[in-house]
Ligand binder design. Structure first.
Ligand SMILES: Nc1ncnc2c1ncn2[C@@H]1O[C@H](COP(=O)(O)OP(=O)(O)OP(=O)(O)O)[C@@H](O)[C@H]1O
Length: 337
């Protein structure tokens, strides 16, 4: 399995986790995991709840001791957290799920604290810039303890961006955000990382967040990185049915069955002679078509820009997308796009 994408293979990594492992009691939470990050790179870590994402970020932040393995930054091996007076590293910033804001300080003061060593005019200008970037101007004087979850999250991220660390680690940065703020924050992270040349790891259990923001991403399962690649590689060429399902809506069919119904196509083949057919690889029509297979609608859910529809072919169900509303038991014809 490639560790790096070919475009950056020749550059030295800024940050490295080398075969790092961590167990709690009998449970291996992170298992011999290696990862290299380059300057300016945004890496998304996608995994289900309990996969070890937060533990991995804490290891990457040098906040907890690994049982085995090493953390490297800028070509230097970091000392173990237990050998430090204060665990962590000044060039590695982490935004935890609990944000770590000073509750009695205002939004502005929380951000200002991160910039306390800078000259006043730079600091004031940077605070205004970050307030605007994170859409916090109207809340600037509000004490952190009175903020909503999403507002706290934006403040914590503004503060982390203020510190201009080499490595930015974000634990579920979009967890409490509505769609406009989600998009705005993703853009803010993208711009900040590009400008600063930092590297960023963010963890999420939402495929759309990982696919949309990452330049490269990894799938974490039971503490192991089971697949690394670009969002397009992960989405269209998942390692197995598990990754296919985690990264988006997926029809997984036996190859023989898929060929029997749809003929030969360039499907991505999964282990156990199965193929991946994403719903958007299929076309649904409400009138008979020469190449269409007759099916019956089982259910249909409105998702805004489209309907997510489950249809029954003779022997199996398929998920498809439709622009039009379809009724239960309605006859439709399914073809390959
Ligand atoms: N300090 C600890 N002591 C004991 N077990 C722990 C500790 N920290 C994490 N774990 C266990 O390790 C596993 C992974 O936890 P972790 O928080 O890293 O997962 P996660 O992928 O971030 O999950 P979520 O998406 O739900 O936040 C869990 O089973 C958790 O109970």
């Amino acid at each position: 399995m490639p560790i790096d994408h070919p475009s950056i293979l020749n550059k030295p990594p800024l940050f490295e986790l080398r075969s790092i492992s961590k167990s709690y009691a009998e449970q291996t939470v992170v298992n011999q995991l290696s990862l290299r990050l380059h300057a300016g790179e945004i890496f998304g870590l996608l995994g289900e709840s309990g996969a070890g994402k937060s533990t991995l970020l804490q290891l990457a932040a040098n906040l907890i001791n690994p049982d085995l393995g090493e953390v490297w930054l800028g070509g230097e091996k970091l000392p173990l957290p237990s050998d430090l007076l204060i665990p962590g590293h000044p060039d590695i910033k982490i935004v935890h799920q609990d944000y770590g804001l000073s509750p009695n300080l205002s939004v502005r003061e929380n951000i200002r604290y991160a910039l306390r060593y800078y000259e006043k005019s730079f600091r004031d200008a940077r605070i205004e810039e970050l307030l605007e970037l994170c859409q916090l101007q109207a809340l600037a004087e509000q004490p952190a303890k009175l903020l909503s979850g999403g507002e706290k999250q934006r403040t914590a991220i503004a503060r982390a961006l203020a510190e201009e660390a080499q490595i930015l680690l974000l634990d579920e940065p979009f967890a409490h955000l509505d769609l406009p703020n989600n998009r705005r924050l993703a853009e803010t992270i993208r711009k900040s990382v590009a400008l600063s040349g930092a590297a960023c790891i963010f963890v999420t259990h939402h495929a759309t967040d990982a696919l949309g923001l990452s330049q490269r991403m990894g799938i974490l399962r039971q503490g192991s990185l089971i697949q690394l690649g670009t969002p397009q590689e992960i989405y269209h060429q998942p390692l197995n049915a598990y990754v296919a399902g985690l990264s988006g809506e997926a029809n997984v069919l036996d190859l023989t069955l898929a060929e029997q119904y749809f003929g030969r196509h360039d499907w991505h083949v999964l282990p156990h002679a199965q193929v991946l057919i994403r719903p958007e690889y299929l076309h649904v029509q409400t009138t008979p078509s020469a190449d269409g297979l007759k099916a019956e609608v089982r259910w249909s859910i409105f998702e805004g820009s489209r309907y997510r529809v489950c249809v029954r072919l003779e022997q199996f169900d398929l998920m498809v997308y439709s622009n039009k509303e379809l009724k239960e038991k309605q006859k439709v014809w399914i073809s390959v796009v």
